[in-house]
Design a protein around this ligand. Structure first.
Ligand SMILES: [Zn+2]
Length: 412
């Protein structure tokens, strides 16, 4: 039976980890950074050395393919891929695994002369981690990029996307030209680490993703009144921070209680104004994030949280503004792709389980234009987005072989 080479796969993963590699392990390789662009050059070289056609589109997405030098409406490809950008101080597998394993699968198929009716292609999508805008490359590819917003897209440190792309030799305003011709993708399947503890705890080697969570981010601003923190009696204070704090705790309870057991919430950005110890805070500001694989549940939680914010504001005698920042809908993976992954597991002799992805992935954009799915392998300790993110090499080999047989089945 045809199988990938773990030796070659591991050597490439370790080589890629060197671009932006950190002394204590892990990697910092944000999209468009010099380290990322070096990694792009390396990847193009590896794709060509493997005998594949390779090219880069106007959004910076890198492609390698068997037999085709571009995507066209009249010749659909079976596509795999992931991303080679990382979060700051991230791990060596998030994204890299799906790209390098995709390359390994295509090289294995080519060398073995394995039959496949449709061409196979692998993509490395730009800025999946969203330094400038999350899932940027796959959004451009699937026609979901908001063209008007490109000039104002910027990183948290203020660097503009147009400048970062220009430095790397790209024109950001041309990114929408990366949109794939209709019908160019017959199916998409992405191999990724789970980034959570479910597979490891269940002792299962393969997860077949059935859906990807939607994410809503909302800015909630409570505005009360600044006062002297010593002389103002407690019962006269209109404290913007305490309202925000009360909201954060109650919203957490609400999501746990009403989220159907599959919803999570986080308040990861908090600011207090004016932010000095002897002034009662006039304003408390939060960015409230919620995720759920169920669109109706997510929409219901958003409504209930807004009502909670208004109740909290009334009780604390402050004003509140609830401003949506972003919202992605949960994406459903195609039954056809899930079945192909499960059949590949049977071929390779592995158990699998269906699960939803609690993290966002490029596959959620691809699901809008093609039958899409994902394959998860266990993450050690459920750890990800940190330098000690890892999976066993045997688990990586198993995942790559499941990807290989899934691609062959989808392309048959
Ligand atoms: Zn990823």
């Amino acid at each position: 039976m045809i199988a990938v080479s773990l030796e070659r796969l591991r050597a490439r993963l370790e080589a890629l980890a060197g671009f932006g590699g950190l002394p204590g392990g892990g990697v910092t390789r944000p999209c468009w950074s010099p380290r990322h662009e070096e990694a792009r050059g390396w990847l193009l070289g590896e794709l060509r050395a493997a005998g594949l056609e390779a090219w880069v589109d106007p959004a910076g997405n890198v492609f390698g393919a068997t037999g085709v030098g571009a995507l066209a409406a009249d010749r659909p490809v079976v596509l795999t891929g992931s991303h080679i950008d990382t979060v700051p101080e991230g791990g060596i597998l998030d994204g890299a695994l799906g790209v390098v394993a995709g390359l390994e699968c295509l090289e294995t198929v080519r060398q073995a002369g394995a039959a496949h009716r449709l061409p196979l292609a692998v993509a490395a999508w730009s800025d999946e981690e969203g330094r400038y805008g999350s899932l940027f490359g796959s959004r451009a590819f699937t026609g979901r990029l908001d063209v008007e917003r490109i000039p104002e897209m910027a990183a948290a440190d203020g660097e503009r996307l147009v400048d970062a792309m220009a430095r790397a030799g790209f024109d950001a305003r041309r990114a929408p030209e990366a949109r794939a011709p209709a019908g160019a993708v017959a199916a998409y399947v992405e191999l990724h680490i789970e980034q959570g503890p479910r597979l490891e705890e269940a002792g299962l080697p393969i997860g077949v993703v059935d859906s990807i969570v939607g994410v809503r981010r909302t800015r909630v601003v409570f505005t009360g009144q600044a006062d002297h923190a010593g002389t103002t009696p407690m019962d006269r204070r209109r404290d913007g921070f305490l309202a925000a704090a009360e909201y954060a705790l109650r919203a957490r309870d609400l999501v746990v209680r009403r989220g159907g057991g599959r919803s999570v919430t986080n308040v990861g950005v908090v600011s207090v104004h004016p932010g000095v110890s002897n002034i009662v805070p006039a304003r408390g500001e939060l960015v409230h994030e919620m995720r759920s694989p169920d669109a109706d549940v997510l929409a219901g939680l958003a409504r209930e949280c807004e009502a909670l914010a208004r109740r909290t504001a009334r009780r604390r005698r402050v004003a509140v503004e609830v401003r949506p920042l972003s919202a992605t809908a949960p994406a459903l993976c195609a039954e056809r792709v899930q079945r192909a992954v499960e059949a590949a597991c049977v071929t390779v002799g592995l158990a699998s389980t269906r699960l939803y992805s609690a993290a966002g992935h490029d596959a959620q954009n691809l699901a809008a234009i093609a039958d899409a799915g994902m394959i998860f392998i266990p993450s050690k300790g459920g750890r990800s987005h940190r330098v000690d993110e890892m999976s066993d090499w045997e688990a990586i080999e198993r995942g790559a072989n499941v990807l290989l047989h899934t691609l062959l089945a989808l392309a048959a």
